[in-house]
Design a protein. Sequence first.
Length: 73
Amino acid sequence: MLKNASFSIISATVYLLAYCILLQVERLQGLAVGMFLLSPFVVCWMVYVVLKHGRYTGRELAEGEEFGYEDRG
């Protein structure tokens, strides 16, 4: 299941990098505009997959804790 979340994150990142590269090439800027118009769907797909298939491996919050940070010791 974690492979689905990792795949969606990597795919969205590659999509973003390809978009940034296409913006620099004058002849392909029309394709970049099309990618820009599709980018909300890519981001929504990534968020959906991460929320549906991602797993939280951190500690559970203690009673009375409203939020917690994993970077503190």
